[in-house]
Design a protein around this ligand. Structure first.
Ligand code: SF4
Length: 169
C-alpha cells in the first residue's frame, strides 16, 4: 500500500494463478479492458476506482485508505471465487468495452448537437457513452422514428463489445 500519494494503490499477491477465472469475471462484472495475451483484466468501478486483475496479483487504484482497500480486495476475491465456482453456467466473455471507438459511436448518434442529453455536443455524449457513463436512453432524439435505424445499429455496435453502463449490475 502506497499512502504517500493522493490516489492510493493497493496490491495483493497470490501464489495461485487466478487468470482462468478472467473470462467469467469479465462476463459477470463487465470488464473495461481484457488483454487475453497477457491475461490482464481491468474493471472500472462507478466511483473512480479501478481494479486490475493479473494472474498472481490484484491491484486497486483510487482508494481512500487501508480499510477501503481491504474491503474492495475482500469483495473482488469473493466475486472471483463465486464466479469461478459457477463458471459452467456462465458464457465466457472475451470482448471488452475499451475496443469501442468514439467516432464510430458519434456517427450513429443524431449528430444535431441539440444538448437534450445534457452534453454540449453529440461528440461529448459519444465519449461518455463509450465510458458507460450514460446510456442510449439519455439521448431522447435517438428514440424518434427517424433515428430508429441509427439507434439499432448503435445498440448492436455496443453489444458487440459487451458494453454496459457503469452502474449496471
Ligand atoms: S441528445 Fe442526442 S442528438 Fe442531442 S446532443 Fe445529445 S447525443 Fe446529440
Amino acid at each position: 500500500m502506497d499512502s504517500t500519494k493522493e490516489v492510493l494503490h493497493g496490491i495483493a499477491n497470490f501464489s495461485a494463478d487466478i487468470s482462468p477465472s478472467f473470462p467469467y469475471v469479465n462476463a459477470e462484472l463487465g470488464g473495461w479492458d481484457y488483454d487475453r495475451t497477457n491475461q490482464v483484466l481491468l474493471l472500472k468501478l462507478s466511483d473512480g476506482k479501478w481494479i486490475t486483475l493479473h494472474p498472481h496479483k490484484i491491484a486497486i487504484r483510487g482508494i481512500k485508505d487501508l480499510e477501503e482497500a481491504q474491503a474492495l480486495l475482500d469483495w473482488i476475491k469473493g466475486q472471483i471465487n463465486d464466479i469461478y465456482a459457477r463458471r459452467e453456467s456462465i458464457t465466457p466473455r472475451y470482448a471488452s468495452q475499451a475496443g469501442l471507438k468514439v467516432m464510430e459511436i458519434l456517427k450513429l448518434t443524431p449528430m444535431t448537437n441539440c444538448k437534450a442529453c445534457g452534453y454540449a455536443t453529440c461528440m461529448a455524449y459519444a465519449a461518455a457513452l463509450r465510458e458507460g457513463e450514460v446510456s442510449l436512453a439519455d439521448c431522447p432524439p435517438l428514440w424518434e422514428e427517424k433515428f430508429r435505424e441509427k439507434r439499432e445499429k448503435l445498440q448492436a455496435y455496443l453489444d458487440s463489445f459487451g458494453w454496459r453502463a457503469l452502474d449496471a449490475d
